[in-house]
Design a protein around this ligand. Structure first.
Ligand code: COA
Length: 333
């Protein structure tokens, strides 16, 4: 009799986008910009803004509830709540994951946040997979949650127009299927590029003597980030495919971080694959950082376009600099 091997599997997905939609035309009423400029440079037409009562833990919990529902898993059965976010409710602690754990009632779960910026959700999937692999059986709620519209300066046009709010989540668990396919992953970082995209607000410097802290808005060198993203996405997806012995064009789909359609077009040209291989929704979401890959996975599942057995790549890139990729046969991690 063959030994049954425990494999890690996505049991369910969920996502949440706040109700308020802000179009490029609306932005151009207060910013020196236009729908034509934003769309031609990014592919973005509109984005969602969290309501004042919606923080990352709130949007994250909304997405997580839907993921638990679709997985048929009770909050009390979750062993770990892992939240990737660049916009935590509190500066450092408590973690946003702990707040989500409390909101959902995942009483027996450990909880912590993962900070890898826009690579965060793909990083978190790999961390969760490793956590499960070290246990006999475990269920992990992996969440990407962001309220990025609060982290940018809406009086300047270079950075703000790119970002939106939202959250996505998956529930991971185990199965014992004899032929469950194994995934491959790449996680990387190059901290020498930290100044390309950063947001202050930590304790790098002495705190100001006044009790009023300056609002730390995101700073970015757009062109440098663009070039890094194109090069790294190509490298990560090409290496995953080469190691698997397949051509990138044979993938069913690529679920990459939704930063800018022009980045994905440039990657497609470089890799000589059709642009349509990339799943995109950024036209109506903007860049939701660590939430973006989780949101598009859930969308694809709910539309019925992501089917069991599909060989797909997930990829993220962002501040750090960081990058991450996973090659998998849905829903096996
Ligand atoms: N509306 C109108 N004009 C704008 C503008 C806006 N929202 N933002 C910038 N401009 C202007 C600039 O002021 C500049 O004008 P100038 O030539 O008179 O100085 C001109 O457009 C070109 O600016 P530049 O920054 O060179 O544009 P770009 O083609 O590099 O596009 C980004 C800017 C931000 C869209 C692009 O660099 C990008 O997407 N980078 C990656 C960012 C990203 O994805 N970050 C997150 C990674 S996770």
């Amino acid at each position: 009799m063959k030994k049954q091997i425990q494999a890690v599997k996505v049991l369910g997905t969920g996502s949440y986008l706040p109700q308020k939609v802000v179009t490029n035309d609306e932005l151009s009423q207060t910013l020196d910009t236009s729908d034509e400029w934003i769309y031609s440079h990014t592919g973005i037409r509109s984005r969602h803004f969290a309501a004042p009562s919606e923080s990352s833990s709130v949007v994250g919990a909304k997405a997580a509830r839907l993921a638990l529902e679709s997985a048929g898993v009770k909050p009390g059965d979750i062993d770990l709540v892992l939240c990737a976010t660049s916009t935590p409710d509190y500066g450092n602690f408590p973690s946003t994951a702990s707040l989500i754990q409390a909101a959902l009632g995942c009483q027996k779960a450990a909880a912590f946040d993962l900070a890898a910026a826009c690579s965060g959700f793909v990083y978190a999937l790999e961390v969760a997979r490793s956590f499960i692999a070290c246990r006999d059986e475990a269920k992990v709620l992996v969440i990407g949650a962001e309220v990025l519209t609060r982290s940018v300066d809406w009086t300047e046009r270079n950075v703000s127009i790119l970002f939106g709010d939202g959250a996505g989540a998956v529930v991971l668990g185990t199965c014992t299927e004899e032929d469950a396919p194994a995934s491959r992953s790449i996680l990387g970082s190059d901290g020498t590029g930290y100044e390309f995209i950063y947001r202050e607000g930590g304790l790098k410097r002495e705190p100001p003597t006044s009790k009023v802290w300056p609002v730390p808005y995101m700073q970015m060198q757009g062109r440098a980030v663009f070039n890094f993203a194109v090069r790294k996405l190509d490298e990560v997806i090409s290496k995953l495919c080469a190691d698997e012995g397949i051509a990138p064009a044979s993938l069913r789909r690529i679920y990459a971080h939704q930063a800018n359609a022009r980045i994905l077009e440039a990657v497609a040209r470089r890799m000589k694959i059709p642009y349509e291989m990339f799943y995109t929704n950024l036209e109506t979401t903007g860049n939701t950082s660590s939430a973006s890959v989780a949101i598009i996975l859930d969308e694809a599942v709910r539309k019925g376009e992501l089917k069991d057995g599909d060989q797909i790549a997930l990829a993220g890139f962002g501040a750090g600099l960081t990058w991450a990729g996973i090659l998998m046969r849905w829903p096996y991690l």
